[in-house]
Design a protein around this ligand. Structure first.
Ligand SMILES: Cc1ncc(COP(=O)(O)O)c(C=O)c1O
Length: 461
């Protein structure tokens, strides 16, 4: 029997008013949330849901963490905003703490408000310090939605449509993603010896000016399909960047702090970048992001290409105080080790689901950032976007909120999640998968939500 959301009239009214006046991206059925605690969210009717997106991948400590709430209250009574041409003690301490977690050469922090802005500042730094203009990026990467970073975002779909000349022309998405599940050059790791990178060298030569300022990559490509590079790839990418005379820029918006089992994901590869960007998880959800580089690069860039950057809200005292406290807790409570441990448990549960259900092609990811690759069948590995949406919708009915982009269902709970909570939401996810396989929901038009609204291939439907 069709299971439906049992929303109150007041809730339905809010959903209708939201649709009427707020121009936003909405997943069906547009649940209106009112509060959150830990890994749980509550809607306006008081129904609880597991928040497996940790907000927008920002809440390392979950919702309403008491220590962060205390800092917020205290700081709100002092001052929340100031001119970004001045500093405050929280911002200084946050920059110092970030630098203390990084190797020498990643010494100075330029703060921004969004991850897109952080990546644009990284691009400005690279252009200013090298005097070159090309940004060479990895196909399947996502670096944000403002215009310069949209030009180095290549996850497909309609997001670049109609932008025409607004897309920055000086970019070359020319590096194959090391996507072993669907290898772009049809080889198999490790026998391939990451031949995708060798193939990319020729591509770069063909499509760039040959004068790259930066090679830009997510340390693990999340939105493009949770591509976790094999061990050899990142060190070789860095070598390639330097051979090109370019800086390696790594974007850790989705990964830091601690989600992958290391504070910074590049630690898995022992490959620190020349320029590093952080956002989402480092912000504690309060919009403080930034870029880290060496004093030398920062000074070479100073006064050129708008660096150092100082937007209206960058480095405000309220977000700085909260993000500082969050990072202190992540370090104090050893949440990287916890993410590794509980990530292994989560992964085992997801792999068991993959074994049991044909449309779950593979579970991929590291630590507490995992993803299910939803396919028409295991043999063809053909992406099944509609089935992924169906599972996401049924999961919401079972009290589990997931993010679904294309055929990729992401699972990234706050790092404070417990083993019992993982078991509970995986059980609910299994119910959702079974209902999706039975063809439910039958009366919801998925074209109104997620990737399907963008008119993409709906694979198995
Ligand atoms: C890897 C990566 N970089 C940058 C961004 C952009 O961050 P923001 O939305 O804060 O501009 C995103 C957003 O999803 C992201 O996933």
């Amino acid at each position: 029997m069709e299971k439906t959301f049992d929303f109150s009239n007041a809730h339905k009214d809010l959903i209708a008013r939201d649709a009427e006046r707020v121009l936003g991206w909405r997943y069906a059925p547009g649940i209106v949330f009112e509060s959150g605690r830990g890994v749980l969210l509550s809607d306006v009717d008081g129904n609880d849901y597991y928040d497996l997106t940790a907000g927008m991948m920002c809440l390392a400590l979950g919702h309403s963490h008491p220590e962060l709430t205390k800092v917020m209250r205290e700081q709100a009574g002092r001052f929340v905003h100031e001119s970004s041409w001045y500093s405050n003690p929280h911002l200084i301490a946050f920059a110092e703490l970030i630098a203390s977690t990084l190797p020498a050469g990643l010494d100075v922090v330029n703060f921004t408000v969004t991850g897109s802005e952080a990546n644009e500042v990284a691009m400005r730094m690279a252009l200013a310090a090298t005097g070159r203009h090309d940004i060479v990026s990895v196909i399947r990467g996502l670096h944000g939605g403002s215009l310069a970073v949209e030009a180095v975002t290549t996850i497909g779909g309609a997001r670049r449509r109609n932008l025409g000349p607004l897309m920055a022309p000086a970019n070359a998405p020319a590096i194959y993603a090391p996507f072993c599940y669907r290898c772009p050059i049809n080889l198999a790791y490790p026998a391939c010896d990451v031949a995708c990178l060798e193939a990319s060298v020729e591509l770069i030569d063909h499509v760039s000016s040959g004068e790259a300022a930066a090679v830009m990559a997510e340390t693990m490509l999340v939105a493009g399909g949770m591509v976790v590079p094999p061990a050899a790839w990142l060190p070789r990418l860095k070598r390639l960047a330097h051979q090109l005379g370019a800086f390696l820029v790594l974007d850790e918006a989705q990964l830091a702090p601690a989600r992958t089992g290391k504070l910074w994901a590049f630690e898995h590869y022992d490959t620190p970048p020349d320029i590093l960007t952080f956002a989402k998880g480092m912000s504690a959800g309060l919009a403080i992001c930034g870029m880290v580089t060496s004093r030398e690069i920062a000074e070479a860039a100073r006064g050129k290409a708008g660096t150092p950057w100082a937007g209206t809200y960058s480095g405000d005292p309220l977000p700085a105080a909260v993000a500082l406290k969050q990072l202190e807790i992540v370090l104090r409570d050893k949440l990287a080790a916890r993410a590794e441990l509980l990530g292994a448990h989560l992964r085992a549960r997801l792999e068991a689901l993959c074994q049991a259900y044909e449309p779950l092609g593979e579970a991929r990811g590291v630590g507490l950032y995992q993803m299910l690759d939803v396919v028409a069948d295991k043999a063809s590995r053909r992406p099944d976007l509609a089935m992924a949406e169906r599972i996401r919708y049924n999961a919401a009915l079972e009290g589990v909120i997931l993010i679904c982009v294309k055929n990729f269902l992401r699972i990234c709970p706050a790092l404070i999640v417990t083993e019992a909570e993982i078991d509970d939401f995986c059980g609910r996810l299994e119910v959702a998968i079974k209902r999706a396989l039975d063809g439910y929901p039958k009366e919801v038009d998925f074209r109104a939500s997620s990737s399907l609204a963008l008119g993409e291939d709906t694979a198995a439907e």
